[in-house]
Design a protein around this ligand. Sequence first.
Ligand code: DSN
Length: 451
Amino acid sequence: MHDMMASIKKTDPEMYKLIKKEFGRQQLGLEMIPSENNVSKAVLQAMGSILTNKYSEGYPRKRYYGGNQFIDEVETLAIERAKKAFKVPHANVQPYSGSPANFAVYIATCKPGDVIMGQNLTDGGHLTHGWKASVTGQLFKSVPYHVKEDGYLDLDEIKQLAEKHKPKLIWVGATAYVREFPFEELGKIADNVGAYLAADIAHIAGLVIAGVHKSPVPYAHIITTTTHKTIRGPRGGMIMVTQKGLDKDPELAQKIDRAIFPGLQGGPHDHTTAAIAVALQEDLQPEFKDYCRQIVKNSKALAKSLMDDGIKIVTDGTNNHMILIDLTSFGKGKGVFVQEALDLAGITVNKNTIPAEPSSPFYPSGVRLGTPSLTTRGMKEKEMKIIGKWIADVIKEVKDFNLPEDKEERKAYIKGFKKAINKNENIGKIKKEVIELCKKFPLYPGFDILK
Ligand code: DSN
């Protein structure tokens, strides 16, 4: 790694400078986007390895090109570790990321025009679960389901919609849901109408491996995940087929494999496959259980700190790595102001819609944040209490900025807002405190990748 950065520094100083700047941002800021994390040195090294030089269309021992004897072993190792981590009979580790993994599930189980169901995007669902702007909402007849006003999934509605529309495929999983997924109940609903149940556990996959979140394996036919969130691996994806899936369709594993290659993708990214295997090996260690338990403890401590300071949290708490702040007590569409102000303070979050969103996905009324990255850095409840107070203070600093009703006026208003907060002394003071805290929790202790 040291040599690799030394080479970039010499041959491409322009790129070296940019990587250095991003490293500084990551090192001196609090990364609180719940889908982000910091990989280990071992994962970084596997990703930066010579495995990127190889083409290997196909699957182990069934490749189109020669020279794949070691790549076969790399991919087999990743598959075996995935099967062991999730306790499933089949795993495909080739999806380039979560979206192609999900698309492969449609290819394997549906025909264009078939009815599918998924959690509505503005209720915390994912684009690829049938949102209208995604090809999955255009090629298939998407019937979205919702969360209730209290933020919990509306199981009665899901049951009614499934009985009425008889979907071929039902998704369970989300990008903004702070409670345990009712996999068992969704499994029954899918079984009653003969649908496939696909659990997209991208956010919680690490928690599932660690036993900190219930596993969907007994209830779902197919499981998809990204590998870069709580799994703490490289950017990539995986698809697993459960025994329940094989019982429903003994060909399901082959259908999934064929959907990925040759259906959707060409050669797998072997350096990524190796890094996934390295991450899964880390996830199978006892320390990973402690890490995941701490993620949830931190998330609960952070939620408490925010609520103690009068900040409203969707469902009044959390059971996982994520918190959804509801800003509507200050007005609607305030997420953008809070995201920008926190960014200035060195705290990275994302604006997000909330249940019964009164504004829009572009100008939502909430903020989503999480603890996987901070927990990787070694922060605990004590730090969460302090960070919760900083976030609450920043929210209060910007609470009086109001999104103009007139859409034309919004851009100019936000520009003026950014200018104004740049001069805000309280936010400037918090930024300094954030930097001091971050210095105590280095991203890669004793390993300065930029030296
Ligand atoms: N972009 C991911 C997230 O942040 O949750 C989902 O694809």
